[in-house]
Design a binder for this molecule. Structure first.
Ligand code: MF3
Ligand code: CO
Length: 252
């Protein structure tokens, strides 16, 4: 069942969204060669605490950190630790937070210094796929229109959409109905209604779509070790159009 949020609930989610945006902004500004991924986690956690928010990911099914950092062939759910960021890396940062019992969730991908043109293009297409998908989050569309639009942008650019992980409804829980695949048929699925809040999150690779989870039980990598990118926004469906709750100034 897809929960419809009241205006009061949306107000809490807006606050959570702003915290998540600030966490992503701070963590991505701290990205530089020589920095450990656990330092980025600390930067994000400091912002979250200063803003009076609670972690969304830490403790979720035993996840041990505040954010996820997934580098190069890592797609999602990389655990921050002693790994050192290097020039040329492609870094996906996924952050969540809870305010007054309501969650927000978002992700960005950034390149460290100059990267090959194809890597920059992967990042741009993934970001654009999310942006195009969000334009379909209106009352005259169904969920499948979002999925289909994301898929069209990605596959139209010759890139692959990860299938084993999907977006999700969000609110009082980090993951609510409906699941939101980044592939699918137009005009299918539930009609979008005011008060639905959707975490839309394309995960895109330069090679095949197959992924596997490493021995740490979390880190998902591409099977062919091709480069991956991930963008995510928490988006409210309203009668005046999609409202992005996690907008980050220049990043997404
Ligand atoms: N954005 C990711 C998701 O929706 C974040 C979950 S990370 C976890 O699945 F650690 F909380 F699992
Ligand atoms: Co998510």
């Amino acid at each position: 069942m897809i929960e419809l949020k009241t205006p009061q609930e949306l107000a809490h989610m807006r606050r959570a969204g702003i915290v998540v945006a600030k966490m992503l902004e701070a963590a991505s500004q701290a990205v530089a060669p020589g920095v450990k991924t656990k330092t980025l986690d600390q930067v994000a956690a400091d912002v979250m605490t200063r803003e009076g928010a609670q972690p969304a990911f830490k403790g979720y099914r035993g996840y041990p950190a505040t954010i996820c950092i997934s580098i190069n062939d890592e797609v999602v759910h990389g655990i921050p630790g002693d790994r050192v960021i290097r020039a040329g890396d492609v870094i996906s940062i996924d952050a969540g937070a809870k305010v007054s019992g309501y969650y927000a969730d978002a992700a960005v991908t950034v390149a460290v210094g100059p990267v090959p043109r194809a890597s920059q293009r992967l990042i741009e297409i993934t970001k654009d796929a999310l942006a195009q998908g969000i334009t379909r989050a209106t009352l005259d569309h169904r969920l499948g229109d979002i999925s289909h639009t994301v898929q069209e942008v990605v596959e139209g650019a010759g890139l692959s959409i990860v299938r084993d992980f999907v977006g999700h409804g969000i609110g009082r829980a980090l993951h609510e109905d409906p699941p939101i695949p980044n592939f699918g048929l137009p005009h299918q699925g539930p009609r979008l209604k005011p008060g639905m809040v959707l975490a839309i999150e394309p995960m895109v690779t330069m090679g095949g779509w197959e992924v596997e989870v490493l021995a740490d039980g979390w880190t998902a990598v591409t099977k062919d070790h091709s480069l991956a990118a991930h963008f995510e926004h928490t988006v409210a469906v309203t009668d005046h159009g999609p409202e992005i709750l996690t907008h980050v100034g220049s990043l997404n």
